[in-house]
Design a protein around this ligand. Structure first.
Ligand code: SF4
Length: 227
């Protein structure tokens, strides 16, 4: 399966999809957005990390910020916070730079490492987009948590790559059908900036209906080449 540029979805949306697929649908299909203290703090942090005019260069290493990336196989595009390039004979060449360089993404996050994999999934999707953009292979990258000043190395495994493929295909399915997933009302709802818009108690559907829709999506997606 390959997507054309007009079909690309926002790369950062995959973390919303992991957290709650309805939240992703409300933001990316219904164009709803509500800011709470968590989202505002996150945007403030990214303003710094995304500044393309901040340059850093050290011996055998340089940093690029705000690199645009995309993947036609995932149908995702976005801008990366920070990419560090280290001199490495197995890396890639750049015009005007001697030697070869291996890229590693550093994705900045507010707060502490999460119990779930939403940040990891976003990082893996970013890596897959960067690999396609630069035509390279990346076996690991990093999550940096601002409030605890901690940088965590993440291995980009096949299982995580498969999950990203699966999520992006489902996101495209929902988007193409303009279907916002139903509410589930689970513990994450308490942290959700879209709680008042979503009204999860009222819009919650019985599990069997959710399963029915999911199964319908799977069986239709099964016909697609990417499954
Ligand atoms: S309130 Fe709950 S179900 Fe609704 S979008 Fe937020 S997390 Fe998802």
């Amino acid at each position: 399966m390959s997507y054309v540029e007009d079909e690309y979805l926002m790369l950062s949306g995959i973390q919303h999809y992991y957290f709650c697929k309805r939240q992703w649908g409300l933001i990316h299909i219904d164009q709803q957005w509500a800011e709470n203290s968590y989202t505002a703090e996150g945007q403030q942090l990214h303003k710094k990390a995304d500044d393309p005019y901040i340059k850093e260069k050290r011996k055998d290493m340089f940093i690029s910020r705000a690199i645009h990336v995309s993947s036609s196989s995932l149908g995702l595009s976005g801008i990366l916070d920070v990419v560090e390039f280290y001199k490495d004979k197995n890396g890639i060449s750049f015009q005007g730079k001697k030697g070869k360089w291996q890229p590693y993404i550093v994705e900045y996050k507010r707060g502490q490492p999460k119990k779930d994999k939403r940040d990891v999934i976003q990082l893996v999707a970013e890596v897959m987009c960067l690999e396609e953009t630069l035509d390279c292979q990346i076996s690991n990258s990093y999550l940096f948590y601002h409030s605890v000043n901690k940088k965590i190395k993440i291995d980009i495994t096949k299982e995580l790559r498969d999950l990203v493929h699966d999520f992006s295909a489902k996101m495209h399915f929902y988007y193409q059908h303009k279907k916002v997933p139903d509410a589930e009302f689970f513990k994450n709802c308490r942290l959700c900036s879209l709680y008042d818009i979503c009204m999860p108690r009222m819009n919650k559907r019985p599990k069997n209906i959710d399963n029915y829709i999911e199964n319908a999506i799977y069986s239709e997606a099964d016909v697609c080449e990417n499954y």
